[in-house]
Design a protein around this ligand. Structure first.
Ligand SMILES: O=C(O)CCC(=O)C(=O)O
Ligand SMILES: [Fe+2]
Length: 189
């Protein structure tokens, strides 16, 4: 990604956050809601099941990709996070002091027509200690389309996904989780 785009995005974010709170609260976040949500998408995650004799197919957090653009993940020092490689292996992603894990999400994948992929990850905590993490999810508003960015498709690399709003995608995603029969479908294919 060109440095100028990164610098521009950081400068715009800084300019927005430097405003007084009252000014930020005037922001229209989508067609239905006014207001700025300082903590949107930020949560403390407990890693669930924790025992040293985990069965095959038992997880603290089952394998998944995050649905948004990207996630910054801070971990405590209890290990357990695995990242899925493209050839189907799971590798440990230990917490390195002073760093975050950066996971690409489904929105990034759809925006870039699979040039950047969503990172499969899961948590298996065999340490016998409680594990917590702090994921910061970056999403758009629900009305925004997840559609291919310019330069990410061409005659040699045709569109893999039809445009869909984040709301439509999230509804599909929830249904997929609730209805195993729908798991094989991908919207817009
Ligand atoms: O706890 C972790 O390290 C991962 C959390 C996670 O994958 C999530 O909250 O989506
Ligand atoms: Fe996740």
């Amino acid at each position: 990604m060109p440095q100028a785009v990164i610098d521009g995005a950081l400068a715009a974010a800084r300019q927005f956050h430097d405003q007084p709170l009252e000014k930020k609260l005037e922001l229209r976040i989508n067609t239905h809601n006014l207001g700025y949500l300082p903590m949107r998408g930020n949560t403390i995650r407990h890693s669930g099941l924790n025992k040293n004799n985990m069965e095959e197919n038992e997880f603290g957090l089952a394998p998944h990709t995050d649905t948004g653009f990207m996630t910054l993940l801070a971990q405590n020092d209890v290990p357990g996070l695995n990242i899925g490689t493209r050839d189907g292996r799971w590798i440990d992603a230990p917490a390195i002091p002073g760093t975050f894990i950066v996971n690409g999400g489904d929105m990034l994948r759809r925006w870039t027509n699979d040039r950047f992929l969503a990172t499969p990850h899961r948590v298996i905590n065999r340490s016998g200690k409680e594990r917590y993490s702090i994921p910061l999810f970056f999403d758009t508003t629900l009305d925004d389309p997840m559609s291919c960015l310019p330069n990410c498709s061409s005659p040699d690399n045709p569109l893999r996904y039809e445009p869909i709003t984040l709301m439509q995608y999230m509804l599909w995603h929830q249904k997929k989780n609730l209805d195993a029969l729908a798991a094989a479908d991908t919207p817009g294919r």
